[in-house]
Design a protein around this ligand. Structure first.
Ligand code: NDP
Length: 445
């Protein structure tokens, strides 16, 4: 058994039932074999065991009172996974499916993603099994205030800087920041994705979706191709999906389908994004509404069917494991050319293998493709510490450069180890090398 296989077996045994964490660790560790073989000193210093064990795991109770006066108790999590290259950085997710396994898979991915940005940020992730859907603004505020009343003692502008993720957008970040400021009496960059009027960065809201399109555009450009007239599927209709759609459309793509967790809409004439924004961002209603408002569009219950629509480009932007092996095969059979992941771990291990084996497909994995969000969060941190405010063009052009650099770094790393075109290998290896160097420099900590 190799070192990597032993670490993985041990990880699965010592973290029972954490299936998402096992899945992410398997995907990452199995690709690191060539680097590990080239560096026997990593095994001697138990580098992989240390990488896969969070530096600190914080679990806490979040009590709050609803509008009827009923008391609820949710679980709160913050996993401070790795601070080798900078303060812990990674979003907070509020969704009923959140558990320790989900937070740990996201945290582990985040370490390598943050490294790929080239910026000094470590990896962390947090959240709660609280469901914001259907809650009043007052209930959301009560929950966020209670959550921060415990979290504040563990975070800080130079220690750990959370941001948004599923279920945590501008409104939630506002309430969380307000409570932090009230308790600590400090107006600092302790959260990113803040509103523009109180320390946020222009383009942060759009950054994950725009970045996803920028890296895909670079992959296309190098193949003499572009987004022009590409039939595109985008899953989800939240922050990442909406701004991926906006940028892809501006480059000439024809986005024909999107979804929320109930079902998908298919608009063969091309999605009218302003209608989606009105329904999802302003009215906070279900995507089903779109078919009532736009002639020629249809609504279909359930999400999986979206992947049966023939397309050139697939941008999964909702959640983990939304593309399984079967859906991946259908996409490939229907001729998909580019699959770029806006969501974290949206493809199962079987789906990843299907994409990697299909010679026609360029597959850009999440930790590279969706790194634009956290990269722009790091730009927000830089503005906060410098007490500066950069114009949109400056942030956007930095974001674009970062995404293009990530593409070239993962491409070169894949080539260096003899796996040209395999960006899963490329992303994991390129991200890992910087972390490994830093951890070795710090000694056994
Ligand atoms: P949002 O909460 O804004 O949107 C999430 C979208 O995905 C919604 O349309 C939601 O539908 C849908 N969704 C959530 N869970 C499921 C499910 N189980 N099945 C089907 N659809 C689902 O989140 P974000 O856009 O911020 O995040 C989307 C993905 O992108 C996540 O994987 C996140 O980790 C990743 N990501 C986000 C970043 C960011 O900057 N926000 C940065 C990097 C990655 P509904 O409204 O019905 O719940």
């Amino acid at each position: 058994m190799t070192y990597v296989e032993r670490v993985l077996e041990d990880l699965i045994r010592r973290n029972p039932g954490e299936t998402e964490f096992h899945q992410a660790a398997t995907e990452i560790l199995m690709t690191l074999e060539p680097v590990i073989n080239a560096h026997p000193e990593y095994e001697k210093s138990a580098l992989l065991e240390r990488l896969c064990e969070p530096e600190r795991t914080i679990l806490f109770r979040v009590p709050w009172v609803d509008d009827q006066g009923k008391v609820h108790v949710n679980k709160g999590y913050r996993v401070q996974f790795n601070s080798a290259i900078g303060p812990y950085k990674g979003g907070l997710r509020f969704h009923p499916s959140v558990n320790l396994s989900v937070i740990k898979f996201l945290g582990l991915e985040q370490i390598l993603k943050n490294s790929l940005t080239g910026l000094p940020i470590g990896g962390g992730k947090g959240g709660s099994d609280f469901d914001p859907k259907g809650k009043s603004d007052r209930e959301i505020m009560a929950f966020c205030q209670s959550f921060m009343t415990e979290l504040f003692r563990h975070i800080g502008a130079d220690t750990d800087v959370p941001a948004g993720d599923i279920g945590v957008g501008a409104r939630e970040i506002g309430y969380l920041f307000g409570q932090y400021k009230r308790i600590c009496n400090e107006h600092v960059g302790v959260l990113t994705g803040r509103g523009i009027s109180y320390g946020g960065s222009l383009v942060r809201k759009e950054a994950t979706g725009y970045g996803l399109v920028y890296i895909t555009e670079e992959a296309m450009r190098l193949r003499g191709d572009s987004f022009q007239d590409k039939i595109t599927l985008i899953s989800g209709s939240g922050n990442v999906a909406i701004y991926a759609c906006e940028k892809a459309q501006s480059l000439g793509a024809k986005v024909v389908a999107m979804y929320d967790s109930d079902g998908y809409i298919h608009d063969p004439n091309g999605i009218q994004l302003e209608v989606i924004k009105q329904i999802k961002e302003v009215e906070r209603r279900r995507i089903k509404e779109y078919a009532n408002r736009v002639a020629g569009a249809t609504y279909h219950e359930g999400c999986k069917g979206i992947w049966t629509i023939p397309c050139d480009v697939a941008l999964p932007c909702a959640t983990q494991n939304e593309i399984d092996g079967e859906s991946a095969e259908i996409l490939v059979k229907n001729g998909v050319k580019y699959v770029a992941e806006g969501a974290n771990m949206p493809s199962t291990l079987q789906a990843i293998n299907t994409f990697l084996q299909a010679k026609q497909v360029v597959y850009l994995p999440a930790k590279a493709a969706n790194a634009g969000g956290v990269a722009t969060s790091a730009l927000e941190m830089a503005q906060s510490s410098g007490r500066l405010f950069w114009e949109a063009e400056k942030v956007d052009s930095k974001l674009q450069k970062i995404m293009v650099n990530i593409y070239h770094n993962i491409d070169e790393a894949a080539k260096k180890y003899g796996f040209e075109g395999n960006y899963v290998m490329g992303a994991n290896i390129a991200g890992f090398e910087k972390i490994a160097n830093s951890m070795m420099a710090h000694g056994i900590v």
